[in-house]
Design a protein around this ligand. Structure first.
Ligand code: NAP
Length: 499
């Protein structure tokens, strides 16, 4: 069950939000009394409540906003119990002093905003011994395997237990709590106003992660990156999984570079079935692969892992996605690698990072003469040596005409939407222009190329295709690409952050 935390300054807003949630199928709400301004009217909030509630009043030391005396706080909690609140949240240092009364259930909680407790089992035993109906432990995750410790503790506990890792690293515990046996998880009413670090919005929890349909049989996929919060892969993959009726969930795993080895070594404990891989892990993950596909060998980087009984299989879907996107835009038939050059003889790739390398490789494989250019010429030279293509100075990128211009830099990406990596006056109607940036889809480069009459390929095309190839690899079935595309477009339209 999803419990939505409401933290508002006015009683009226709390009541309106609770009704809205109930109208949308939410069956448990946490009322955060510490957010209320003025005199807190517990009775008013509990009278005629449309669904069961947890009453919580958090001190500042526990991540809350309560500014008044501890006596006044405890009085409020006792009033909530007397008024018949369904649950009351009691921190472990006060729980023993607040006796059970009536039908109100006691959540005995422990918070640590710095780190995971060293001995979770011991802590759990101590909290459970305080006449707890539910034990709640919320601790800051500093390491991806903190998630596993927390979920394993929830799974092993004999009494109802909610275990949450806070922060960006801890998001998987919020989504997988029910799978481990937790009676509920916490989400926030408004995504932009999380009440605890890493808390996600209730719509996301309900509609994107489909929390209520996750069971122990649900397979776990995800994207591994650092940072990961901005990744749109969960949006795209979860939408496709839902549309295809596949019992799986796709999560964001934030894994710092120095922890990738430990994270992958622990894959069976989740257990993980498949991972998308992005910055900064595309090369490091190869140390763990027992098999790699031909493109991974050639490009030296993987963006897709599949966890099989006999080891980890690494693949790269970026190069194929880039070439497929171009092929579709140019209306040429897909041909096996080594076939024709999509009707293009020459291409210039702007940028010399991971995307540039994959695109340059894909184009080169089609027999296209590729030139790479980058602000940092050494990076372009490295790709040129690996892929077998030419290099021009960044300042000289307009000097020669090319059949195809590919932007593989972040120039033009939100919020810098007025920037363009290639001057319009050098665009010609016979050119194909491919911008790998997908947020926004219609970058300035794409708009200018369209106005000149060029054939265009957008980053959305490429992003959806690389996700679709991953989907085929993992699920062995045709992905609902229109669903993926729509989900990506909706997410980029509402995104406030660069991706
Ligand atoms: P990366 O490894 O960090 O490489 C970025 C490249 O862009 C570097 O060569 C960098 O040059 C250059 N660059 C950065 N800012 C620049 C600027 N202001 N002017 C000129 N050059 C600049 O990143 P990446 O993973 O290759 O990603 C690059 C872009 O591709 C991103 O915008 C990403 O959104 C997009 N992408 C799209 C897809 C898709 O499916 N559509 C997939 C992957 C990536 P220096 O070395 O000089 O810094």
């Amino acid at each position: 069950m999803i419990c939505v935390s409401i933290g508002r300054g006015r009683h009226r807003h709390v009541i309106v939000e609770q009704q809205h949630l109930v109208d949308n199928g939410i069956r448990l709400v946490e009322l955060r009394l510490d957010y209320l301004q003025g005199e807190v009217q517990v009775k008013r909030l509990l009278k005629d409540r449309p669904c069961p509630v947890i009453v919580t009043c958090r001190r500042k030391t526990d991540g809350g906003r309560w500014e008044h005396s501890e006596d006044a706080r405890l009085r409020l909690l006792r009033t909530a119990i007397v008024e018949g609140a369904d649950y009351v949240d009691l921190e472990d240092d006060v729980a023993a002093g607040v006796p059970r009364y009536g039908a109100t259930k006691r959540i005995v909680s422990h918070h640590d905003f710095q780190k995971m407790p060293a001995d979770l089992t011991h802590l759990h035993r101590r909290l459970a011994s305080m006449d707890a109906d539910v034990v709640k432990i919320a601790a800051m995750a500093n390491h991806p395997t903190d998630n596993l410790r927390m979920l394993e503790m929830v799974h092993a506990s004999r009494s109802p237990t909610v275990g949450i890792c806070m922060g960006e690293i801890g998001v998987p515990t919020r989504v997988l709590g029910g799978r481990a046996g937790a009676p509920f998880t916490f989400a926030t009413f408004n995504e932009d106003r999380a009440l605890a670090p890493g808390q996600i919005g209730w719509r996301q929890m309900k509609e994107m992660y489909r929390y209520d349909s996750i069971t122990p049989a649900t397979k776990i996929y995800g994207v591994v990156a650092d940072p990961v919060a901005h990744s749109l892969s969960p949006v795209v993959h979860n939408a496709a999984l839902a549309a295809a009726g596949i019992d799986a969930v796709y999560l964001p795993f934030r894994v710092p570079p120095e922890q990738i080895d430990e994270f992958l070594s622990a894959s069976a404990r989740w257990p993980l079935t498949g991972l998308s891989v992005t910055l900064p892990h595309k090369e490091a993950v190869l140390r763990h692969a027992s098999r790699v596909d031909g493109l991974v060998k050639a490009i030296g980087a993987a963006n897709t892992l599949s966890f099989a009984a006999d080891g980890i299989v690494a693949a790269n879907t970026d190069a194929s996605a880039a070439v497929e996107s171009l092929a579709a835009a140019l209306e040429t038939d897909e041909q096996p690698s080594g076939g024709d050059g999509l009707g293009l003889k020459t291409a210039i790739v702007l940028g010399a990072g991971g995307a540039a390398r994959a695109v340059a490789f894909g184009l080169k494989q089609r027999g296209i003469e590729v030139t790479v250019t980058s602000r940092t010429v050494e990076r372009a030279q490295k790709i040129a040596a690996e892929v077998g293509c030419k290099v021009v100075d960044w300042s000289a990128r307009h000097r020669m005409p090319f059949d195809c211009v590919v932007n593989a830099t972040p120039v033009g990406m939100h919020p810098n939407v007025n920037e363009c990596p290639y001057e319009k006056e050098h665009l010609r109607p016979y050119m194909a222009v491919f911008d790998t940036v997908y947020n926004p889809e219609n970058t300035l480069l794409i708009k200018e190329a369209r106005s000149v009459g060029c054939r265009i390929v957008t980053g959305v095309d490429m992003f959806v295709r690389q996700a679709a190839i991953q989907f085929r690899i993992w699920h062995g079935t045709e992905p609902p690409q229109h669903v993926m595309r729509e989900a990506l477009k909706r997410a980029t339209a509402s995104a406030k952050q660069p991706t």
